[in-house]
Design a protein. Structure first.
Length: 188
């Protein structure tokens, strides 16, 4: 199944609005994203140092075409209490072995916001898109991301070397199936 970019919904969590990315988000991404503590464990295709037009280039050449093709789904993370402020982003991708990625500004880390966002997009992945499995690789050293996977019921299925902005690192591949996700959501 695929979803066109014009039909990607805004998702809500108790504290967040997840709005589909648009070109209008370029300035906010450019102001927030290029920090080492955000990018070091992201995929090596992200340019570093981040160029002055990095956010606009990402939106024009990767995110928006992927959304239009129905192969990628990208949302900004915004607090409901301050919806005008972009604090991060979360994405789903229909590519083998790497279906979900996210980043959040350091000042918003450790507050459970990404866990909320990850649950919302995982619901979308399995419910709206009808996918059978979600996989997410992460650097072994990215303990915060690992905790998000663990708390959402994912299990580590293997390791492999992966190129990150900070260089090659051993990566863990985390996975959850649609059946496992639905079972977690059933009342006890």
């Amino acid at each position: 199944m695929s979803t066109r970019s014009d039909t990607i919904p805004t998702l809500e969590t108790p504290r967040l609005l997840l709005r589909p990315l648009t070109l209008d988000d370029a300035q906010a991404i450019q102001a927030t994203f290029p920090r080492w503590e955000i990018v070091r464990f992201l995929a090596s295709h992200i340019p570093w140092p981040y160029p002055p037009d990095g956010a606009e280039s990402f939106l024009r050449n990767i995110a928006l075409p992927g959304m239009a093709n129905g192969t990628e789904w990208h949302w900004s993370l915004r607090l409901k209490a301050a919806p005008e402020t972009l604090i991060g982003a979360i994405s789903l991708m229909a590519r083998g072995g790497n279906n979900r990625g996210f980043w959040i500004a350091p000042e918003w880390q450790g507050k459970g916001l990404v866990s909320e966002a990850a649950a919302a997009v995982t619901d979308f992945w399995f419910g709206e898109l009808g996918r059978d499995v979600l996989q997410a690789p992460k650097a072994v050293g990215n303990l915060a991301s690992r905790r998000i996977s663990e708390s959402s019921g994912m299990r580590m299925i293997g390791t492999k070397m992966h190129d990150f902005v900070s260089g090659p690192h051993l990566a863990e591949v985390w996975e959850i199936t649609a059946a496992e996700w639905r079972a977690r959501k059933q009342p006890a």
